[in-house]
Design a protein around this ligand. Structure first.
Ligand SMILES: CC(C)(COP(=O)(O)OP(=O)(O)OC[C@H]1O[C@@H](n2cnc3c(N)ncnc32)[C@H](O)[C@@H]1OP(=O)(O)O)[C@@H](O)C(=O)NCCC(=O)NCCS
Length: 187
């Protein structure tokens, strides 16, 4: 793959964003409606060009738009969402998107938040990339919506700390061994 992430600025990029977002609309939490070209033109002109509240990004594989990320600034918070077109799903690429869009969120806000349906595979990557549950609510239609906050400086628990200590000790032994071999070679 020839991946690149581009901040949406031109109308052409806004059209690519429209295409990708509409291919991902089933997982959206606010509106799953198909966005029209006219709506996108307005969103691009009124929101994306000034960039005061929204920032949008498109992932390209070479020149083909394959994914998107959006950040909505909301005081101390940035809300993020992301998606990948069906053709490239199932390859663990979503974690790259979550990481990058989350860090872009920190560039404009103190906290980064996400809301995600319980049934969405995005939830697994969100948890793995450091999002923690803040609130979960069952909607009138029975679906469960989680509101999650990113924990940037997660402190590992005791079991994880023990595992990290063990890994560090074996790495140290390995480095000492490499050092001994190279010293012997240069003697
Ligand atoms: C959510 C989305 C980005 C996930 O992308 P993806 O390429 O399908 O997922 P990945 O390959 O990166 O895998 C993410 C996790 O979901 C799991 N997963 C993905 N597809 C799966 C499937 N069909 N069945 C079971 N698990 C699946 C993966 O195993 C992985 O979990 P793991 O790390 O525990 O192994 C993609 O489905 C999408 O764009 N959906 C529409 C938009 C959307 O819902 N965005 C999220 C808004 S909050």
């Amino acid at each position: 793959m020839k991946l690149s992430l581009v901040r949406v600025q031109t109308w052409g990029q806004a059209l690519d964003l429209l295409k990708v977002r509409n291919a991902c609309r089933e997982g959206m939490t606010h509106t799953t409606e198909e966005i029209t070209v006219a709506q996108q033109e307005r969103f691009w002109r009124e929101q994306l060009l000034p960039g005061h509240t929204f920032e949008a990004y498109v992932w390209y594989d070479a020149r083909k738009p394959i994914g998107f990320g959006v950040i909505k600034k909301d005081g101390r918070k940035a809300w993020m969402t992301h998606g990948l077109v069906p053709e490239v799903r199932g390859r663990h690429l979503s974690r790259i998107g979550i990481q990058l869009i989350t860090q872009m969120g920190y560039a404009v806000a103190d906290e980064v938040w996400i809301d995600v349906w319980d049934w969405n595979h995005a939830l697994r990557g969100d948890i793995r990339e450091g999002y923690e549950f803040v609130e979960s609510a069952t909607q009138p239609d029975g679906q469960v919506l989680h509101v999650m906050k990113h924990h940037r400086d997660r402190i590992p628990g005791e079991r994880e700390r023990a595992r990290l200590r063990e890994a560090a000790a074996s790495l140290r032994d390995e480095l000492l061994e490499v050092d001994a071999v190279s010293r012997a070679a240069y003697r």
